[in-house]
Structure formats: C-alpha cells, structure tokens
Design a protein around this ligand. Structure first.
Ligand code: M6R
Length: 615
C-alpha cells in the first residue's frame, strides 16, 4: 500500500507532487507528506489525514518552491497514522530524505544495531530505519548515495519501492523496487517517479517500470542509470509507451469514481471481449489459453487463487468452468492457500485473479504454486503489474483504471474473461455443442447493452436505498451462479457504508441465518428466472413468514417474486451463467447510494486501500 511520487526537472515540483498524491490516494490515505528541495533548503511537511489536509497546510504554512520533490500517501503498517510516522523521513544527519511503500520485515534487528551505533529514532516506522541504514553505510564506507542504497538494500528483508535524495546532491534521486510497483516517467529533461503512471500522464507517455530488485539513479538534465540491486549488472531499461489517458483517471462529471466505474461497465465488458469473442466465426481467441492449450486440457483440476472481490469472481468461475468445460475447480483465498501446505502437482492449472496485480497474498500463492510445478495463469487488470509478470501466461481484463477502492468493473470484467476461457476450453474438450457454444457467444455479446439497461434501475434503487439506509444488518441470498454475487453484494455494502452484511447461499438460510430475520432485517434475494427459481421463491416465502423485508433482484417481467417482495429490481433476461454480470449491477448501486446517503467516503472507505501489498 501507500503511494509514492517524485519529480526532478525544471518545473516547480510542488504542483506535480501534490496532484500526483491525490491521484494515488486510492493506495492509502491515513496520512500524507511531501519534501521539496530548492538546492539549499529542504521544506518538509507531513500530516495525519488526507492529501487535501496536507495541501491546505502547505499552502498556508510554507512557500512551495523547489524543482526536486518527493511525496507520500500512507496506509499505515508500522506505527499508527500520525504526523510523526508520516513520510518523508529524514536520516539522523538531516542529509537524506526518503519515501517508502512496503514493509522492511527485519527492521527491528536493523534498528537495534543502529541504536547501538548511536542512531536515534523519532517515529515507529520501518522506513526511518531504512534511511538511517543507508546513511550509516554511506558514512562508514564513504560511498555515493546510489551505492549506499544498494549496499543497504542487500541487508534488508521485505518489500519496497523507495525514493531517496541527499541534501548534498541536489540533482539526483535514487529509487529502488522489490515487491512494490515503481514507474519512472521520462520527459524532456525531467523525470517523474510514481507508484503508477497516473501522476505524470499529462507530462509524458514514456515510462520505465522497474523490475523487482532493480534500482535507478536519476540525474537532473541527464540520464537514468538502472542496475540490479544484487551484483553489479547494468540494466538496459525497456521504455514503454503508456496507453493511459487523463480522462480515464478523472471523475468525468460523476460525484465519485465508484459511480463512474459502475457506469463504465457496459464499455469495460465490451472492451474485455473485443477481438476475443468472434461470434461470426464461432470462435473465442485468447492467446494465453491458445498457447497453453495442452496444459489446460491435461489439467486434473483448476485451482483459483484470489482475494476479496476477485475471489468472488473466482467463485463465479467455478460454476462456469464446471458447467461448461467440466473441469473440477477449487477456489482458494490466496492468504489461506499460501500457508496451508496445499497439495499441488504439475497437473494443476492455477488461475490467479487480481485487479491490481499487486496483492501480496495472491503473489505469494502464485510463487508457491509455481515452485510445485503448476502452470499459473493470471487474470489481471493492471498491465505490467507484478502478478501479470509473475504468472506463466494470462489474459488481461480491459476494465481501464479502477480508482474507487470498492471494486466494481473489475469484477464484471474478470467474470467476462473467465467465461471466455471456460467457453474456449469447453469447445476444445467437446463438452459443449457447437450450437450451444454459438448461443453463448451471441448472448455474451448482448451483455453490454443489457448492463446498460440494468443501470436504468438507478433511480428506483435510490428509493430503496433511502428506505433501508438506517438498517444495521443486511442479508444477501443467492443460489448457484448467483451465490457469489450475494457475497459480493454484501462485501460492497460493508466496505463503503460500514453496515454489517452477510451473503449466504439461499438454501443455507434455514441452517442458521434464518434466526436473524425479523421485521428490521432487509434481505436482498437474487431470484432470476433461470436456475433454481422455484426454490428461491420458497426461500423468499420463508423470509416473508418471518416478517423480513425482501428486496428481490428479478428477471424483467417477473410476477411471482413481485407478489411476495417488498421491492423488486429488474434486470434483463439472459442465460443462467451470464446472470451474475447483470444481477451484480443493482447491488453495486444499492451499496453506493446507501453509503452516499450516510455521508460516507465512498471512494476511500476507512481502513482500506486499493491494493493490498502487505500480507
Ligand atoms: O487487486 P485485487 O483484485 O487483487 O484486490 C483484491 C481485494 O483486495 C479487493 O478485491 C478488495 O476486496 C476490494 N476492496 C473489494 O471491493
């Protein structure tokens, strides 16, 4: 977690760094800080709270000049969020200044050593240990900053993306990366540093993404030298042309990124299957699957590893893969999988799902699966992310940047990719007839316009949200393909409105949760026409007899549920395996409107961060 930004060049650094921090705030927003250097004085300011608090403080308190600057927005790991623990951190001499995203796991033993050598610490952070370690190495070995960073990092266990500068070297920033992302934007005689490219997209389209265990020495008006942290190898960096544009990372007239991203789903789903779903030719083309078809066809089973919403998409895929391609699927929380000595063989295919491509637990699960010889396939949104690079092959979702902490379009596009994969494998295995296959492709092609239609329920969902916004608990029920959607609906409500919510398979209700139902309990039931409709209607009756308040998510034109439910929200009809792509829409809208009505911070809910790069 945490976002880092830096600038060195000919412009004032402050506006670039502060705006960059605002764009990276999705990565953490407990506290923020900035250090600006005009060649003579370092102006460092940091505060608990949001980047807007920092901005207010800076604009009132200190002048903001300097053409070198670094900034940080924090999601606390070591040390509570307060002013002192915020980054940047000085070294003891005051010469070095650092920002850091990640965790130094052996910070305690390093700190004890440094204390023995007379160093003192103001904060509880691992980062202050790192900057003093660099200082100590630099002084003892009488070496330049770049070399000192390299030597110090070789003593460190953990993960980091750092940027550090030396007061005595006003034309240089040193950066390094292991396990946390770091991009360097290359402009005309200027360089940008950031956790992702969004802070510098209006200045340059050229960027280097450092690989793990690489560092770079960035010199004003000069060049960048990239090298390995271990050993002496010099790296010839690959300069990428960024596909991102400014529009994609701005709210575009919406009140919140989450609402924008909910409404982007028709396009995001279309972009995800564009060029891959070829209904005229009755084909699905996914290069990552095609190139590894033998491995997929020989697989005893598929193991899906993921966290949070991505795990829910994995659960949906379990139903889809098993139904269409007849391949057994196990869906695992990456955080559990990595530590429970799972049985994995070379005949397993592991699918890792992650929007950010940076989730630490998912990354560790991938490494474990690879070490046991499994073939690992990634489904990621962020191009070039750690998971995308670590997996043997993969297929990107093309959702575009997802900035709201609550995942929305990532979920539906993940399901889209996984459905395409299942269809391709089903065709290859002959578990689906050609007419069924073609029918599925044609139906999937209609999904963007059906999502568009489902979004039209927005005004009615707002009315429902207003009625139930003060409820303290919600139950979400679904069956089959829509059981994971119930889990996802509950997660969305919890994370942005802080209302307790639970998702359950509808038929499990009578084994426990039914005891919770009374006239205060809103129960959201996904009861679309396909699948186990009659059974779900019976479950609704059971809720009704106990006076629960029923919000039904139903297929257009439904009559039976309408008679029983307090409210029904309609979604267009589609084939059963594609219903999650539609039923999830009103649930996203419901949680969004409740959170807005409760005046919660929808895009940056408390205690959360967009990419969880710590375990
Ligand atoms: O980037 P990832 O998909 O790997 O992230 C996994 C979870 O952290 C993420 O889905 C989280 O649960 C979201 N906040 C849910 O909205």
């Amino acid at each position: 977690m945490c976002g880092i930004v830096g600038y060195i060049g000919h412009r004032e650094a402050y506006p670039i760094v502060i705006k960059g921090l605002q764009r990276l705030e999705y990565r953490g927003y407990d506290s923020a800080g900035i250090a600006l250097y005009d060649g003579n004085n370092i102006k460092l300011s940091k505060t608990k709270g949001k980047v807007s608090d920092l901005k207010e403080r800076l604009e009132n308190e200190i002048a903001t000049d300097g053409t070198l600057g670094i900034g940080h927005t924090r999601w606390a790991t070591h040390g509570v969020p307060n002013d002192v623990n915020s980054h940047p951190h000085y070294s003891n001499s005051g010469d070095l200044v650092i920002i850091h995203n990640g965790i130094i796991e052996n910070y305690d033993s390093l700190k004890k050593e440094l204390i023995k050598r007379g160093y003192t610490f103001k904060s509880d952070t691992d980062t202050e240990v790192l900057v003093n370690l660099i200082e100590d190495v630099k002084k003892n070995e009488n070496i330049k900053l770049g070399k000192a960073v390299q030597v110090a990092l070789n003593q460190v266990i953990g993960a980091y993306a750092i940027a550090v500068f030396d007061k005595n070297k006003p034309n240089e920033i040193v950066v390094a990366k292991l396990g946390s992302p770091l991009a360097i934007g290359i402009g005309e005689d200027e360089f940008f540093i950031a956790s992702d490219a969004s802070p510098f997209i209006e200045f340059t389209k050229n960027a280097i993404y450092l690989e793990d265990e690489e560092m770079a020495i960035i010199r004003r008006n000069k060049d960048i030298k990239v090298r390995k942290i271990k050993g002496d190898a010099i790296v010839d960096p690959y300069i990428q042309e960024l596909q991102l544009n400014l529009e994609q990372i701005e709210k575009g007239g919406y009140d919140h990124f989450m609402l924008k991203e909910i409404h982007e789903q028709p396009d995001a789903i279309f972009d995800t299957f564009r060029g891959r779903l070829l209904s005229n030719e009755a084909m699905v083309k996914l290069a990552g699957v095609e190139d590894n078809m033998k491995k997929f066809l020989a697989a005893d089973r598929i193991i899906v590893v993921a966290c949070g919403t991505s795990w829910h998409a994995g659960l949906v895929s379990e139903y889809i893969f098993e139904d269409l391609a007849r391949i057994p699927v196990e869906v695992e929380y990456a955080s559990e999988f990595r530590y429970r000595n799972p049985v994995i063989t070379e005949k397993d295919v592991v699918i890792a799902i992650s929007q950010s491509g940076e989730t630490a637990d998912t990354l560790a699960a991938i490494k474990l699966a690879k070490s046991k010889g499994a073939f690992v396939f990634g489904v990621c949104n962020v191009v070039g992310s750690s998971i995308a690079r670590e997996t043997d092959a993969g297929a990107y979702t093309h959702a575009g940047p997802e900035i709201g902490v609550a995942s929305t379009k990532a979920f539906t596009t993940q399901i889209t990719v996984l459905t395409l994969m299942a269809l391709r494998l089903a065709r290859a295995k002959g578990t689906i007839s050609s007419s069924e296959f073609r029918h599925h492709l044609i139906e999937l092609e209609t999904i963007p316009s059906k999502v568009e239609k489902a979004l039209k329920s927005d005004a009615y969902v707002q009315t429902v949200a207003d009625i139930y916004k003060d409820a303290t608990n919600f139950l979400y029920l679904g069956r089959g393909f829509n059981f994971p959607v119930a889990l996802e609906g509950a997660l969305k409500l919890k994370e942005i409105s802080y209302i307790h919510a639970e998702g359950y398979p509808a038929a499990e209700m009578k084994h426990g949760p039914i005891a919770l139902i009374d006239e205060q309990m809103p129960v959201v039931v996904i009861a679309t026409k396909k699948g186990h409709y009659e059974k779900v209607v019976s479950n609704i009756q059971e809720i009704k007899s106990r006076k629960g308040k029923i919000i039904g998510i139903v297929t257009e034109g439904d009559k039976s549920v309408k008679e029983l439910a307090d409210h029904v929200i309609e979604v267009p009809e589609t084939i059963e395996c594609l219903t999650p792509l539609l039923t999830t829409i009103p649930l996203q809208l419901l949680s969004y409107h409740i959170a807005v009505m409760l005046d919660k911070n929808v895009d940056q809910p408390r205690n959360l961060a967009k990419s969880v790069t710590v375990e």
